[in-house]
Write a protein that binds this ligand. Sequence first.
Ligand code: MN
Length: 254
Amino acid sequence: MRILLSNDDGISSPGLAALERSLGTLGEVWVVAPESEQSAASHAISLHRPLRLTELGPRRFQVDGTPTDCVYIAINHVMRGKKPDLVVSGINLGPNLGDDVTYSGTVAAAMEGTLLGVPSIAMSMAGRPPLDFEAGALFARTLGTEVARRGLPKGVLLNVNVPATTPKGFAMTFLGKRNFGSLVEERHDPRGRRYLWIGGSETRHDDLPGSDCNSVYDHGLISVTPLRLDLTERALLPLLEPWDLPGFPRQEAR
Ligand code: MN
């Protein structure tokens, strides 16, 4: 089995090292990861600047780009002709629960793997450093084995969050809802110019039984959420039929 590892915290993250150790026993591990931290890079791809690929050791590379750049370059270039059987991204130094997945570079690396036709898993620790990656790394190996055996439907990836405390087991979940507030803090730099600092740090969440947030934070479980890359809300299409946009005749989609 050939496994590609990447992340958004950068090549020297202890979360990545933990995956390298645990998945190394499963098969041939390749690492292509960002040179510097890319957290919250989302699914950005660097189309308008050069990218530097550096070989750090056997099957170990860094790219001065985003997590998406890394997985794209790994599968289409570094591992060309040796397509991985599995992509694992992480282990992220922090949670990727609920809406986090729309900002996450960790999840985006798994998205890119999925888009390129490889079963992919995103792994995150729902805590703050210093973190113990032991349980998460072991779970990645166990889940990776099952994913390799069963496969995943086209266009679907698994988003995993591991509680900071010893997990009591795992649960298959749906995305919950975290509440960050809407912080915009205005400050002044040493030259007296104004700048803004955005993004709250509250860690409350809506009480949604069965959600990833509830499972991880309230019940100490590892959450496994299947995510679909097709964002279309098909159920809404018929309900949009009556919408009338004067001057623009409605046509059948084709
Ligand atoms: Mn990160």
